[in-house]
Design a protein around this ligand. Structure first.
Ligand code: TYD
Length: 136
């Protein structure tokens, strides 16, 4: 049996250290695997709050923790991977059709999210059992 590998990976971002500081640029195909159509950011998340808990039919995401730390879990219905994000020099790419959870946010965490789509509530699957059915 061939099982599809989960397409979710940490990408090290090239950075420029000069003037006693650091600059990182995100560009399509250079370090972000898709053309960016949307940017949003999440912050002030209380301890014990879980965000996400959905899958997307079309959206891919690229997560970068600008400050602080959080965990992101990806689930393709068969396996799960947990990533600890606490380094703005890394981004987490996540393909469409992965169930995702973002949790264990530090108080100061700022999570930047890039996507290949414009927001469309209809492409969200918010029920885990439905996700399992659709992902088969
Ligand atoms: P939601 O997808 O539930 O956030 P999370 O995945 O972090 O738990 O979105 C929260 C609210 O923000 C919801 O009312 C929809 C709205 N929203 C937009 O209007 N545009 C967007 O690009 C996103 C991601 C959310």
């Amino acid at each position: 049996m061939i099982t599809k590998k989960m397409n979710c990976k940490l990408i090290n971002l090239k950075y420029f250290d000069d003037k006693n500081s650091t600059l990182i640029a995100i560009e399509k195909q250079v370090n972000c695997p898709f053309e960016i159509k949307r940017i949003f950011y999440i912050f002030d998340v209380p301890k014990n709050t879980i965000r996400g808990e959905h899958a997307n039919l079309n959206s891919e995401f690229f997560f970068i923790v600008l400050k602080g730390e959080c965990k992101i879990k990806a689930d393709n219905g068969k396996e799960q991977k947990v990533f600890i994000l606490n380094n703005p020099k890394q981004g987490l790419y996540m393909d469409k059709m992965l169930w995702k959870q973002m949790y264990d946010f530090s108080k100061d965490c700022i999570l930047l999210v890039l996507s290949n789509t414009l927001y469309d509530a209809n492409e969200y699957i918010r029920d885990y059992n439905e996700f399992l059915k659709v992902s088969k």
